[in-house]
Design a protein around this ligand. Structure first.
Ligand SMILES: *Cc1c(COP(=O)(O)O)cnc(C)c1O
Length: 402
């Protein structure tokens, strides 16, 4: 789904001020974003755009979502001040604890929002893509809660690698379908899920897992994760005597947890840093292109073919990045830094040893950058979005460290 012409269904206007303002009506963040989908999908994206706008402006929808986030997901997540780690690194490290949410990561914020929206739209079925299985499990969780049918597409290779998550999704009542095309991983699962959506759009909502894809997804998913940044801004003001952290850092796969925490601080003087795996550095390589419905940065070979990302953490090995991050990079509001797998393994152990927290390997990327940038960060206050817990990664680390 990469060769279609841009769809200018609505005129671009009405941009809000601010560094992370709403996109234009056509879904643009600067030159990035848009709705590059086959004609058959345009009405579905437009219907979703209208439904989201109306729901997001409706106080009763907001109240219902907040109630779910509070009483089901466990929000607000706390901020932990890491005294041991701070002493070791020479800067003050604060963790926003998204690992403490139900299902163990930030992903629940987005799937509860989308499932509630799907219900409001009269849809009875969710379809989702998943790579490592985390978004599939979160979607299956929301589907169980809302008594909706759920089909999760997963690359054949990933199904083999992530059998525990496949079993979890089945326990939760979902069907897992193999995406057998291409490299049989995440990008192929996205293609299959989109194909399914086109064919069954009357009854089905496509629950996309990050700030990617055609408009309105990058914007809508950011808005569902904005709660991370809104909470953190208030919590930091309390902890830092009315001040802000100097630096806000988050790992970036598609970019949803980073977009969530950045959105709280974009209009403060905090520096924003997104950390990518060195083997999947979509911004680092900065090749603009179109993948999965939007114009952004992605990893391509010289022929324009999308490259496979390589990372120790399956949750970050997506070859592209959400369009708003491409815009934040292009305008210089945020910077994006790569770290290697070896640095991530070190950081994973460091947090366990100093603070008694076993982090997800994804979030360990953000800590790995703090370790790398120690000199630059001396004496500063750094807020790290701890996107998830590491229980899922312990077996893999046992092999790595054997
Ligand atoms: C899925 C996942 C990520 C990557 O997704 P983003 O959209 O980049 O946030 C990061 N951390 C954890 C724990 C995840 O499960």
């Amino acid at each position: 789904m990469s060769a279609e012409a841009p769809n200018a269904a609505t005129p671009d206007s009405g941009v809000q001020p601010g560094f992370m303002a709403d996109p234009t009506a056509g879904g643009r963040f600067g030159e990035f974003g848009g709705m590059y989908v086959p004609e058959t999908l345009v009405p579905a994206c437009q219907e979703l755009d209208r439904a989201f706008r109306s729901a997001w402006a409706d106080p009763s929808f907001r109240a219902e979502l907040t109630d779910l986030l509070t009483h089901y997901a466990g929000r607000p997540s706390p901020i932990t001040r890491c005294d041991n780690l701070s002493q070791e690194l020479g800067c003050t490290v604060l963790l926003k604890r998204e690992d403490l949410n139900h299902t163990g990561s930030h992903k629940i914020n987005n799937v509860l929002g989308q499932a509630l929206l799907a219900k409001r739209m009269g849809k009875t079925r969710l379809v989702a893509e998943t790579g490592a299985g985390q978004h599939g499990v979160a979607t299956a969780t929301a589907a169980a809660l809302f008594d909706m049918e759920c089909i999760v597409y997963m690359g054949t290779v990933d199904i083999r690698r992530q059998e525990l998550n496949v079993f979890r999704m089945k326990l939760l009542g979902s069907e897992v379908r193999a995406a057998e095309s291409g490299s049989q991983t995440l990008k192929d699962a996205v293609n299959e899920a989109m194909r399914h959506w086109v064919a069954a759009v009357e009854s089905t909502h496509y629950c996309l897992g990050s700030v990617m894809g055609p408009h309105p997804y990058p914007w809508m998913v950011r808005e569902f994760h904005r709660v991370i940044g809104d909470e953190a801004l208030q919590q930091c003001a309390g902890l830092l005597d009315g001040g802000n952290p100097d630096v806000v850092v988050a790992c970036v796969g598609g970019g949803s947890n980073a977009a969530g925490i950045f959105s709280g601080f974009a209009d403060t003087d905090a520096e924003l840093v997104g950390v990518e795996p060195a083997g999947g550095a979509a911004v680092g390589r900065a090749v603009p292109g179109i993948v999965h419905g939007s114009h952004s940065y992605l990893m391509q070979d010289e022929w324009g073919q999308v490259l496979e990302a390589q990372s120790i953490s399956a949750g970050l090995d997506y070859p592209g990045i959400g369009p708003e991050h491409a815009h934040l990079a292009a305008t210089g509001r945020a910077r994006y830094e790569p770290v290697t797998d070896a640095q991530v393994v070190e950081a994973f152990q460091l947090l366990a040893r100093t603070e008694g927290i076993i982090t997800a390997l994804e979030s360990a990327h953000a800590l790995a950058w703090i370790v790398q940038a120690q000199d630059e960060l001396e004496g500063k206050t750094v807020l790290l979005n701890l996107s998830g817990r590491g229980d899922k990664d312990v077996a893999q680390m046992m092999d790595v460290l054997a």
